[in-house]
Design a protein around this ligand. Sequence first.
Ligand code: FAD
Ligand code: MG
Ligand code: MG
Length: 318
Amino acid sequence: MASADGIYNYSAVLMGSPIQLRLFEHNEALAGAVFRLIKRYEDLFTVNREPSEVMAINRAAGLHPVRVSPPVYQLIRCARAASLLPGSAFNLAIGPLVKRWKIGFHGDSVPPAAEIQRLLALTRPGRVILDDAASSVFLADKGMEIDLGAIAKGYIADRVRDYLRREGVSAGLINLGGNVHTLGAPGGGWSVGLKTPFAPRDALIGTLRVADKSVVTSGIYERYFERHGRRYHHILDPHSGYPLDNELQSVTVISPDSLDGDIWTTLLYGFGVEKGCAALRQRPDLEAIFVTRDNQVICSSRRQFQFTLLDDNFRVTD
Ligand code: FAD
Ligand code: MG
Ligand code: MG
């Protein structure tokens, strides 16, 4: 049924996340096709369930290269390049640590320091060997594992956007749980909420108004566990092997493509506010909203969105 504003909402659970599609027409068939498209990509990229092309690469670590389909090859190529940027906090080879910490999954625990050191040696992105001609991926050391959890939703959100455009949809929104992509500007733009960290799900710091943009948020409040009075969240520092610990609670990136947004939330998380804003000067197509632990909301710039503050416990600065 349409809501008062004429929007039809369709939902599913995929990639362990609630997925929401919003359209201005009643079109079950289109919604079904979008969810099947997402599922097809999930089956290629997941590291949680067989069969998956990424798991086939991981199983062959230290043994032999694995030929993969074009989407898997492209995404791994892009993730590897992001991992090798100077000072990058993004690391596609972080898999052994993600699997050991299990943050957000059943059986999470704090690994002993010696084990973290041992696993860190298996996370070198340069040891992901690509062969363009063969479209194959080889993990050079036994025990290495690729994890595309910080980038795959961005890639998939872009593919959904492309598909909706091809189907002639002029206004729509897809939310993959943290990755929102918008088409068109109904009523002057889509309103996307910026969540209040560690508050009930519908509590918002404010809203962004965007048109034809992706809005990706990564935060320390989405997946975490608490042990002995400490909180351990799911964005790992690839240099220490522990959750990234800095002044930030969340980073949101507004960009034309969600792939960039997903990569850059992780990069900016690692850089922090000051270095992050400096890095963004080289990328005028990307803008960020940093939410700090002392409740500042810092916008790198505001060309592609308008921001409305709703919670007066927070202060906005540019
Ligand atoms: P982001 O900040 O974008 O990414 C954080 C995630 O990236 C971490 O959870 C970890 O997987 C990885 N990561 C951590 N540190 C780094 C780093 N330094 N560099 C690079 N990557 C890092 N969840 C379930 O509960 N069940 C499922 O069955 C399930 N299946 C999934 C299948 C697919 C194809 C994908 C893409 C995700 C799936 N997920 C599932 C969710 C997944 O485990 C991550 O929690 C999710 O992708 C985190 O995305 P985010 O946007 O919240 O965070
Ligand atoms: Mg990400
Ligand atoms: Mg993400």
